[in-house]
Design a protein around this ligand. Sequence first.
Ligand SMILES: Nc1nc2c(ncn2[C@@H]2O[C@H](COP(=O)(O)OP(=O)(O)O)[C@@H](O)[C@H]2O)c(=O)[nH]1
Length: 492
Amino acid sequence: MKEKNPWYTPLTIIITVIGVIAIVALVTVAVLQNRPLLQKYKYGIVLDAGSSHTALYIYQWPAEKDNNTGRVEQKHSCKVTGKGISSYAAQPEKAGMSLTECMQEAEMVVPAKRHSETPLYLGATAGMRLLNIENRSASDQVFQAVEKALQSFPFSYQGARILSGQEEGAFGWVTVNYLDDRLKQGLETTGALDLGGASTQISFVSHDYDISESPSNSMTFRLYGNDYNLYTHSFLCYGKDQVLRMALAKQTQLGPSTILDPCFHPGYTTTRNYSSLYDSPCVSGRRPREAPTNFSHKGEGNFTKCQEVVKSLFNTTACKYSKCSFNGVFQPPLQGPFGAFSAYYYVMNFLNLTDTSIHLETVKNNLASYCATPWNQIKQMHLSNVKEKYLAEYCFSGTYILTLLTEGYNFTKETYSNIKFIKKIKGSDAGWTLGYMLNLTNMIPAEAPDSPPLPHAGYVSIVTVIAVLLFILLILSLRPVWPRCSKQPQIV
Ligand SMILES: Nc1nc2c(ncn2[C@@H]2O[C@H](COP(=O)(O)OP(=O)(O)O)[C@@H](O)[C@H]2O)c(=O)[nH]1
């Protein structure tokens, strides 16, 4: 005779089956919901039309998260061959044509089905600011040519314009702090130091900044629920190419046929043309009356003398505010860490001087011995992998950077270590372009977006655990109808 299992009552069997099905269903949902999905992206393109060259940046962000929660990152960059668009003043159509190769690259990088919805912006900086001052109609023609070229591509063209120096500084600051996740988390922000070819920008948040003292230097933002009162200033003509013109102008005021320049290596010699040197609004007013066509530019390699030449380009005496940087420009006390990018990085990286924990005096001594190195030796060491134009100018540029930071912005030997020379942050280039796009696409919300209290996986796990517990409780609550195990086994 077979014994009947007390658990084999119809009620307990039904409850067990339903319970098991429910748990299996919940676990399946949890697993499926957390399976990595094939990520879909949206894209944005920004062209940085700088004074020395144009660069194209493609940004991407998760398609389902463009409501301000997905992270925007740089997907691709392309350096336009040739000079900046402002150099095409005499043949504007070539400015448009110069962008073709990079634009075609963008067509390949952005998936075809996203082309028509991908915004395309062009922002021009100090090179075009100067051309606009010098020759308004030439600047307009360059823009017309550029617009025509960009409109021929299948993207959503959003316009080309000259950024103000203030915008350039502020968007650089937004980029750095966005990439560092400082804005979303409401952390102390990093100041931004940008050195271009024709202008240079300084932007930082200072708690001691009284806007009323110089309202034109202030930009206010509300980002992710936090208010920022940003100090920013752009010095036109103080980018490293224009400041070199000013330094050469200083040394050629009497129209000599030869100059011995302390900012170039001993043994360096080249012939320069007076007309080309003075062909910029930054120096055009100072052209010597009587000068030969050319002058011979020879190097001396003396850092101390070079620093004197560079210092003479800063007016540090006139200041109608409580505190100034230089040329009578208001600047509140420096505050917090700073990221220095663009030419700051190119130059200091080449000179092996990016480590700011090294004492400022040691940095200066190292630069002094680099400047004193004969030009032949420098060429032998580096000419195979560095353009001669850049190579010849590193002594000048390094001296300018140290002088700008200390004599110009008032960094001291103590605060110098607050500066970090950077090129990229988490794979994206530091510069104004990302901040510009984030602003124009409203991708940084004024208020912090609401986020669910639990991540999805946590939510599903908790529901599963609760379901299992409820099931066990149900089984236990059915105890009264459980068959008694102690009873005599039933005879079937
Ligand atoms: N040494 C060096 N200098 C560079 C490089 N790329 C650009 N520069 C110079 O750095 C300065 C700033 O360049 P960039 O950031 O492109 O500024 P912009 O052209 O004024 O917008 C200019 O004087 C450029 O000639 C590079 O790869 N190496």
